[in-house]
Write a protein that binds this ligand. Sequence first.
Ligand code: PMP
Length: 292
Amino acid sequence: MSNIIYIDGQFYSKEDAKISVYDHGLLYGDGIFEGLRIYNGRIFKLEEHIDRLYDSAKSIMLNIPMTWQEMIDAHVETVRRNGLRDGYIRTLVTRGVGNLGIDPRSCSKATLVIIVDKIALYPAELYEKGINVVTVATRRPAVDALTPRVKSLNYLNNVMAKIEVNLAGAQGGIMLNHDGYVTEGTADNIFVIKNGKIVTTPKYVGILEGITRNTIMDMAAEYGHPLLEEALTRHDLFVADEIFFTGSGAEIIPVVKVDGREIGNGKPGPITWQFINGYRQVVNSTGYSVFE
Ligand code: PMP
């Protein structure tokens, strides 16, 4: 079955789903996006993703031409039409069609695209064995340059990092900020465990405030694990007992090697497993119901 894709209130087949080459999302990466998951017929953390979408839009002064509730309904309707009970949603809002200059005032109306599809970011066995990651030379942009808090269509920074990961023959990358502090993965947040204490990087170092990150923080509170937001250096990673990445696409993936240093005993640790198993339960038992 071909995917059914939403563009500005209309539904198209994958082959027919096209936007203008004059769209500033293409010309300048001027736009924002979200990546959501569907589990068991429910969209996971739909409201939180739509809140973040509207926050990103507000930050870059992009006017989304529909209400929050209409946005929720558009997502539900697109998933329903695709009939997919487990899958992935990619939502884009671009500045829209304008002229060839950078000035966003030439774009009279934002373009909204909602794609529903399948996703598999890592092979299944890596969720059991963990991944080997390297620190990349490409720095995450400073918060006063292009804040990573905005989930913008400008992902060249992350793509450059991913190219380094590929060249190194690794499976994941860690990006530092200009002060040398750990920010996040190329498209995931990071959690580090040492002596039973869980640490994740604070927003001010320059990260996307991940929805999965926030879910893990809620789960840690529920499990009674101490969790802190603290700036981390590579040293903190090298001497960690456990490390994992989090993201809507990747979910929770254990990291077992950083820059050649084995993490813990080189296998995913017990707290990581607790979160992996707990997360599976959370995603399968909560979410915005689509089909009933
Ligand atoms: N950081 C970056 C740079 C991302 O692109 C993403 C989303 N893939 C994340 C973190 C994780 O965010 P979320 O948990 O909301 O998917």
